[in-house]
Design a binder for this molecule. Structure first.
Ligand code: NAP
Ligand code: ZN
Length: 349
């Protein structure tokens, strides 16, 4: 079936209205009418081929929420009308050690919601800036938030799980002092989640204007990271740092803030490398540098349920599909509070 979408024909081309084809639902597929789709910085990196290898046309979008429109004959988990979400993953090998542990995000054959290999036309997956999507039920999540919060739930499907997963993996909780670096889409979720997990949260931002907001989001303390004096007062004080920054920057300033045995996990994925950290900063206090990528399907469901239980959603600014190019420019300037979400009904216009 042909549906309306928004995407780009090349790395240097703006996004525009496109018609794309979705497969008819197979036996294990769920067909979803997409209500809203969040706008992740990864969408911008990929549609502009900043990570190289983008296939065109590229229809981004991996923070998808909507209602089930149809299900295949063997689908048992969902029925027509259910509120559901789809995140960054739409397929994986389903039998490797990673898949068996529910860590499909680390499967060597993980297929991204867009720009991944597929038998469907045009040979690569097309994402959530579209009216509908058809996804194998294994990769579909149940949304338990009230329907009225659906738009603000969308960003949980990537920004939520990408911050939840490392916070859980490094066992963040009461008694921990945690730094969240970069208060954008990911970072603002990181603050909310770390706070809900009971940690003492210190937010690090380059934007003086976000100082008050970060407190309202749940930060106990806020540091403007451009201010070296303010940074120095936090030396050797943090157990864990989650770094969400989308651009290359000096990591040493943050390593200096970790206690002995502290870890900084990078989730931000800049197009060009960070300057190499000073090795002495690591060895002197047995500190670790780590990375983390989104999260597996069971943990994504756990995160959605945790958020529903704790009343957590994203802070969003709703846009029409035809406002996406301006939204990208604003995202590059850090001018979004704190996630753009596309109203997919605007695709029909
Ligand atoms: P975003 O909304 O644009 O937020 C990034 C924040 O980083 C900005 O709001 C800004 O916060 C800070 N920042 C930007 N440029 C900076 C600079 N030059 N120096 C210092 N700070 C800067 O982006 P996002 O959607 O949260 O995504 C963040 C990064 O994570 C992207 O690279 C994205 O591709 C990546 N990502 C990774 C995964 C994963 O699985 N690992 C998943 C999703 C996204 P302040 O104004 O507070 O400084
Ligand atoms: Zn994302």
């Amino acid at each position: 079936m042909i549906v309306k979408a928004y995407g780009a024909h090349g790395a240097d081309k703006p996004l525009e209205s496109l018609d794309i084809t979705r497969r008819a639902p197979g036996a294990h597929d769920v067909q979803i009418d997409i209500a809203f789709c969040g706008v992740c910085h990864s969408d911008l990196h990929q549609v502009r081929s900043e990570w190289a290898g983008t296939m065109y046309p590229c229809v981004p979008g991996h923070e998808i929420v909507g209602r089930v429109a149809a299900v295949g004959a063997h689908v048992s988990k969902f029925k027509v009308g259910d509120l559901v979400g789809v995140g960054c993953i739409v397929d994986s090998c389903q039998h490797c050690a990673d898949c068996n542990e529910g860590l499909e995000n680390y499967c060597d054959h993980m297929v991204g919601t867009y720009n991944g290999p597929t038998a469907d036309a045009p040979g690569h997956t097309l994402g959530g800036y579209s009216q509908q999507v058809v996804v194998h039920e294994r990769y579909v999540l149940r949304v338990r938030h009230p329907a009225g919060q659906l738009a603000a739930v969308a960003p949980l499907l990537c920004a939520g799980i990408t911050t939840y997963s490392p916070l859980r993996h490094w066992k963040v909780g009461p008694g921990h002092k945690v730094g969240i670096v970069g208060i954008g889409g990911l970072g603002h979720m990181g603050i909310k989640l770390a706070h809900a997990m009971g940690a003492h949260v210190v937010a690090f931002t380059t934007s003086e204007s976000k100082r008050e907001d970060a407190r309202a989001l749940g930060a106990d303390e806020v540091v403007v990271s451009r201010n070296a004096q303010e940074m120095a007062t936090y030396a050797k004080s943090l157990d864990f740092i989650l770094n969400t920054v989308a651009a290359p920057h000096e990591l040493d300033a943050f390593f200096a803030l970790l206690k002995r045995d502290g870890t900084m996990a990078l989730v931000g994925a800049p197009a060009t490398p960070h300057p190499s950290p000073n090795v002495f900063n690591l060895i002197m206090k047995r500190r670790s540098l780590a990375g983390s990528m989104i999260g597996g399907i069971p943990e994504t469901q756990e995160m959605l349920d945790f958020c529903a239980e704790h009343g957590i959603v994203s802070d969003i600014e709703m846009i029409r599909a035809d406002e996406i190019n301006q939204a990208y420019e604003r995202m590059l300037k850090g001018d979004v509070k704190y996630r753009f979400v596309i109203d997919n009904a605007s695709l029909a216009a």
